[in-house]
Ligand binder design. Structure first.
Ligand SMILES: [Zn+2]
Length: 274
């Protein structure tokens, strides 16, 4: 973890200090409040695995973390050997989580990359499992990550913090591209609210959402969301754009509902085009 941005925790782990307002927040309160500071509304990092449980509408979802993914699935993805070779540290907070489950009745693959950790082999393998499962089962793919992760994935703007090789990033980009070829929706959610546009060569999919508690997020109607989704479908076959723009800001608590509406929209559009 980066020392400047790691949130301060009491030695017994019961209290967190919010870097937005310096208030001490009881850990259980924070968990109940989706890691949003009850005093100032600041968004604290939401642990990757807990985020899966928050977004999937059913209590049961299939864990796609390398050590937990069903062996038969890994075999059919041709990834069993790679997973065996990968060191998967059993940390209390996962640096990446992935799962297969349902949001508002739509089956989907969801991956969450925890902010601030250097990208490593574990990210590569977990993302590969997620992308290939989406391709195999013809499910949409949702990726949640922060801006710092996008920058690390940008092959032309690599930082020393990235431990993922250029070849691995290129490989992931190609695999992501297969989702578009198969006309499977791909949704990116950025957990940094203050983003206008970012430059990236890593595929960010059809729709980019950003988490934010801004007034526009709270008052926006559903119409622009559907418009954005329609535009995304129409431009699927265009050349990849190197400038990614935020299509919509969504408060953290509304993210499951917003994703559910998008998935439902894409499922209906897909149903009418085939
Ligand atoms: Zn606060």
């Amino acid at each position: 973890m980066h020392p400047a941005t790691e949130h301060i925790e009491s030695p017994d782990g019961l209290w967190h200090k919010c870097e937005g307002c310096d208030e001490l927040v009881f850990r259980q309160t924070l968990e109940r409040n989706l890691y949003i500071c009850p005093s100032c509304g600041n968004y604290l990092p939401f642990p990757a695995e807990q985020r899966l449980s928050h977004i999937f509408s059913t209590g049961s979802w299939i864990d796609l973390f390398p050590t937990s993914a069903p062996p038969s699935l890994l075999e059919s993805l041709n990834l069993a050997d790679l997973v065996v070779q990968t060191d998967c540290p059993n940390l209390p907070d996962r640096i990446i989580a992935a799962g297969e489950g349902e949001i508002s009745g739509c089956s989907t693959i969801l991956t969450v990359i925890h902010p601030l950790a250097p990208l490593q082999r574990l990210h590569f393998v977990t993302l590969l499992i997620a992308i290939r499962t989406a391709l195999l089962k013809e499910f949409p793919l949702i990726c949640i990550y922060s801006n710092d992760v996008v920058l690390k994935l940008n092959a032309t703007d690599r930082t020393p913090a990235s431990e993922m090789s250029f070849a691995e990033i290129t490989y992931l980009s190609t695999e992501m591209g297969k989702l578009s070829e198969a006309r499977l929706p791909q949704i990116t959610v950025l957990t940094d609210a203050n983003v206008g546009a970012l430059s990236t060569r890593f595929p960010t999919g059809d729709i980019i959402l950003a988490e934010g508690a801004s007034a526009t997020a709270l008052t926006a109607t559903e119409q622009p969301l559907v418009d954005a989704a329609q535009t995304a479908i129409e431009s699927t076959l265009e050349a990849p754009n190197t400038d990614a723009f935020i299509d919509r800001y969504t408060p953290r608590e509304a993210l499951p509902e917003t994703l559910g509406k998008l998935l439902d929209f894409f499922a209906k559009a897909r149903g009418t085009s085939t």
